[in-house]
Design a protein around this ligand. Structure first.
Ligand SMILES: NC(=O)C1=CN([C@@H]2O[C@H](COP(=O)(O)OP(=O)(O)OC[C@H]3O[C@@H](n4cnc5c(N)ncnc54)[C@H](OP(=O)(O)O)[C@@H]3O)[C@@H](O)[C@H]2O)C=CC1
Ligand SMILES: CC(=O)N[C@@H](CCC(=O)OP(=O)(O)O)C(=O)O
Length: 345
C-alpha cells in the first residue's frame, strides 16, 4: 500500500517512519509538510539517512487523497478536523494521531481544547482506536482516532477492573508521569533542558485534555463512572509514560484473583504483558516497543487496588498503536511490523 504521513517531521511521524520501514505491506511512503517544502526527510532526521531520503511534499488534501491508500496524521490539534473529511471522501483510510476526533461531544472538546471541534458527522464516523478493547469496530472503520498517550496507559490499566465492576465509581485517581517526547519536537519552556533536567513537575492540574477522553471511555464501560482525577507530571527522561492508578474496590479481593482477571482479560493480546506478583513494570522495559506492561496489587488494609501501567508514549501511545489499528483495519496479523523488542538498557 502507498502511505502518506502528514506531520512526518514531528516525533510521532518519525516513529511511524521507523516502524513502517520493516512493515511488509508498505510499497511507498510519501511525507508531507506544511512548512518545510525545501527539505528532504533525512535532512530533518539524519538517523533516517539511506533509509528514507525523499523530498517533503507540499500539503494538499485533495491531491494526497488521490495519491495514497492510507494517511496517518501526526499533527497538532485542529489539522485533522480540517483535513480528515476530504481525505476519507476519496476512499483512503485515515488514521489520526491527534485528539481532534476522540471526543464524541463537540461542546466537551471545545471546553477542554479551547478550539473549535470537528463537525459532528466526522466525529460520528471516527472509531476510537484503543485496539485491544475495540477490534470489532476498528475492523469496519475508515477513520480511526488514535487514543492519547496517557489514556492508552490508563485505559489498558483499568479495563478489566471496570468491565468487571470491581471499583467504586467515584474513587479512581490516576497519577501519571511522562517523558518530554510527549510534548513533541518544538522546543518550549516546559521541556527546555535547564527547566526539565533534575526536575519533576506537575502540570495542567485538573485541566488536562485527556481527562474527558478517559472519562468518556470509562463511562462507556460503566455508566456509573462520570469523573476521575487525572494528574500528569513531566519527568526528566525522553520516552515513557507510567500511570499509577488507585481505586477503591467494591468488595474484598485478593491479589491472586486480580492477577488472574488481568491475565484472562488480556490472554489474546500480544502487546499487553501482566507482571507476576511483587513485580511492577518500569518505563525502560517497554522503551521503543508497542508493549503496555501492567503490575497490579491489592491492599487489604485500605481496600484499594493499585495498578502500574507503562507504555512508550511515542509507540503504543501513538505510532505503534496507529500501525496496530491499520493492521486490524486490513485484516492482517495485528503485530505486523510491530515485533520490535524493547531497547534495554
Ligand atoms: N509525542 C507523543 O508522544 C504523542 C503525540 N500525540 C499526538 O500526535 C500529534 C503529533 O505529535 P508529535 O509528533 O509529538 O508533534 P510534533 O510537534 O513533534 O510534530 C507535529 C508535526 O505536525 C506538523 N504540522 C504543524 N502544523 C501543521 C499544520 N497546520 N498542518 C499540517 N501539519 C502541521 C509539523 O510538521 P511540518 O511543519 O513539517 O508540517 C510537525 O512536524 C499531536 O496531536 C500529539 O498530541 C499522541 C500521542 C503521543
Ligand atoms: C509531556 C507532554 O507534554 N505530553 C503531552 C501529551 C500529549 C498527547 O499525547 O496529546 P494528544 O492528546 O494531542 O495526542 C501533553 O501533556 O499534552
Amino acid at each position: 500500500m502507498k502511505i502518506g504521513i502528514i506531520g512526518a517531521t514531528g516525533y510521532g511521524g518519525a516513529d511511524l517512519l521507523r516502524l513502517l520501514w520493516q512493515h511488509p505491506k508498505v510499497s511507498e511512503i510519501i511525507t508531507y509538510t506544511s512548512s518545510q517544502q525545501d527539505l528532504h526527510i533525512h535532512e530533518s532526521y539524519p538517523h533516517l539517512i539511506s533509509i528514507y531520503e525523499q523530498k517533503l511534499e507540499e500539503l494538499n488534501a485533495d491531491k494526497i487523497a488521490e495519491d495514497v491508500d492510507v494517511v496517518f496524521l501526526a499533527t497538532p490539534p485542529g489539522v485533522s478536523s480540517e483535513l480528515s473529511a476530504t481525505l476519507a471522501r476519496s476512499g483512503a483510510q485515515v488514521i489520526d494521531l491527534s485528539g481532534d476526533l476522540r471526543l464524541a461531544n463537540p461542546a466537551i472538546y471545545e471546553a477542554w481544547y479551547k478550539r473549535r471541534s470537528a463537525p459532528v458527522e466526522l466525529l460520528n464516523k471516527a472509531v476510537y482506536g484503543l485496539t485491544e478493547l475495540n477490534r470489532d469496530q476498528i475492523r469496519q472503520a475508515k477513520i480511526i482516532s488514535n487514543p492519547g498517550c496517557y489514556p492508552t496507559a490508563t485505559l489498558l490499566g483499568l479495563a478489566p477492573l471496570i468491565k468487571a465492576q470491581l471499583v467504586e465509581p467515584e474513587s479512581i485517581i490516576i497519577d501519571a508521569k511522562s517523558g518530554t517526547s510527549g510534548a513533541g519536537r518544538s522546543p518550549s519552556l516546559m521541556t527546555h533542558f535547564s527547566e526539565m533536567n533534575e526536575n519533576f513537575k506537575a502540570y495542567q492540574v485538573n485541566t488536562h485534555k485527556h481527562v474527558p477522553e478517559i472519562e468518556q471511555v470509562l463511562h462507556s464501560w460503566n455508566e456509573q463512572i462520570d469523573t476521575v482525577t487525572f494528574q500528569p507530571h513531566l519527568v526528566p527522561m525522553v520516552r515513557g509514560i507510567m500511570a499509577t492508578i488507585y481505586a477503591k474496590s467494591t468488595k474484598p479481593l485478593t491479589e491472586d484473583y486480580l492477577r488472574k482477571l488481568y491475565q484472562t482479560s488480556y490472554q489474546e493480546d500480544r502487546f499487553v504483558r501482566i507482571r507476576p506478583s511483587g513485580l511492577y513494570p518500569a518505563t525502560k522495559e517497554v522503551y521503543g516497543s508497542n508493549f503496555c506492561d501492567i503490575g497490579i496489587t491489592y491492599d487489604e488494609r485500605t481496600g484499594r487496588i493499585t495498578i502500574v501501567s507503562v507504555i512508550d508514549n511515542v509507540v503504543k501511545g501513538a505510532s505503534g498503536q496507529a500501525i496496530q489499528n491499520w493492521n486490524v483495519m486490513n485484516g492482517w496479523d495485528e503485530s505486523t511490523g510491530l515485533n520490535v523488542a524493547p531497547t534495554y538498557p
